[in-house]
Design a protein around this ligand. Structure first.
Ligand code: HEM
Length: 341
């Protein structure tokens, strides 16, 4: 399999989540930057090897079309908005996503700065979240988050695209959502009611027996199986964030999957409910304010972008670009594949 980006690197104490929108015409600059991301990561990370710096970059559907054209990963499309009877998962803009992790925030920050410098004039950061590790991997609702992630031997199969998508092996479908919690209302619940909402104990993080789990608990709605009874998993690296003065208490949800349909089914079960109307109880205290889907290509794919460049502007080329087969020349074409807008 192609080498993936640093998706499956260990849990860290700090992370920066950057969502970026790219201006029309910025595609070539972005392509150059993407090929350089591993080098920029080394510039920051090599000096402090124990910092475990990792950077994963994802590409949104619209930018993929504009910058790379076909072939396109089969599951890459704009994030599908969900409207349940009570709660909604909005779809918000995002062309590029950077998931930067390290044991130290200074390393994440420096890399974010370098990336942002390279995007100046061609792209804007539309959402920036600085996540931190809270005690023993707890979210701000007070529960340990990440326990049931796939074990290391299962993680590649859950998180990475396999040979079912030739050309995109080692890639991953990344869904991110920014949630804000109503901690005042949550803290009015008894600990027993909070535990029912998740289906696990709060202090020692033990899963309830199946017969004791509520049908609207987070666990019941997120444990899904295929037709052979095999559990379908994703890899989550959620992190808390917030600002006490603004009463902002959040969870940044970030889930990698080899099959985007798995994460989408989880979301559908949470927001629409099973049966419809029986939504995830944690949504009564957690509001999704962003939602985006990205494809995280393999490390080799990123590396290859350096050579994929053709002049974006036909004026730069000595010969006018040849028309695409069966089509007219496209003045805005990158000259690679069949770029669409
Ligand atoms: C407010 C946002 C969220 C919070 C605070 C949250 C928190 C948690 C916690 C505390 C657990 C139990 C421990 C663990 O196994 O990690 C859990 C499990 C899980 N969550 Fe979430 N989660 C959130 C959103 C989501 C979303 C949006 C998805 C899927 C799209 C998701 C999928 C899962 C899965 C698959 C499990 C493991 C279930 C199992 O195998 O037992 N979570 N989450």
């Amino acid at each position: 399999m192609s080498q993936p980006q640093d998706i499956l690197s260990p849990i860290t104490d700090a992370a920066i989540f950057l969502t970026v929108c790219v201006d029309p015409g910025g595609e070539e600059t972005v392509k150059d930057l993407l090929a350089d991301v591993p080098g920029l990561k080394r510039s920051v990370g090599f000096r402090i090897p124990e910092g475990g710096l990792a950077c994963v970059v994802g590409i949104g559907s619209g930018l993929w079309d504009r910058m790379l054209g076909p072939p396109k990963p089969a599951g890459l499309h704009p994030f599908k908005e969900l409207r349940g009877e009570t709660h909604a998962a909005p779809s918000t803009p995002g062309d590029l996503f950077f998931h930067i992790r390290a044991t130290r925030m200074d390393m994440c920050f420096e890399l974010a700065q370098l990336l942002n410098d390279r995007l100046e004039g061609v792209a804007r950061v539309v959402d920036e979240v600085h996540g931190f590790k809270s005690f023993d991997e707890r979210d701000l609702l007070g529960f340990v988050d990440g326990t049931e992630n796939p074990e290391p031997y299962e993680a590649p199969a859950a998180a990475l695209v396999g040979e079912e998508e030739p050309g995109f092996e080692g890639g991953s479908y990344l869904i991110v959502q920014k949630y804000l919690h109503d901690l005042t209302a949550w803290n009015r619940l008894t600990v027993e009611d909070q535990e029912q909402a998740f289906g696990r104990t709060k202090l020692d993080d033990v899963e309830f027996p199946d017969e004791d789990k509520a049908s609207n608990s987070h666990l019941v709605l997120n444990v899904i199986e295929d037709e052979n009874g095999e559990e379908r998993q994703i890899m989550r690296f959620n992190m808390p964030f917030g600002r006490v003065g603004e009463a902002e208490f959040g969870t940044y949800f970030i889930g990698y999957a080899g099959d985007v349909g798995v994460t989408e089914l989880m979301l559908e079960r949470m927001f629409i409910g099973v049966p419809p109307g029986n939504h995830d109880r944690i949504l009564d205290f957690s509001t999704a304010i962003t939602g985006s889907l990205f494809f995280v290509p393999s490390a080799e794919f990123l590396d290859g972008l350096e050579d994929a460049g053709a002049p974006a502007d036909p004026a730069d080329a000595s010969d006018p670009p040849a028309p695409a087969e069966g089509g007219e020349p496209d003045a805005g074409s990158l000259g690679i594949g069949n770029a669409r807008t």
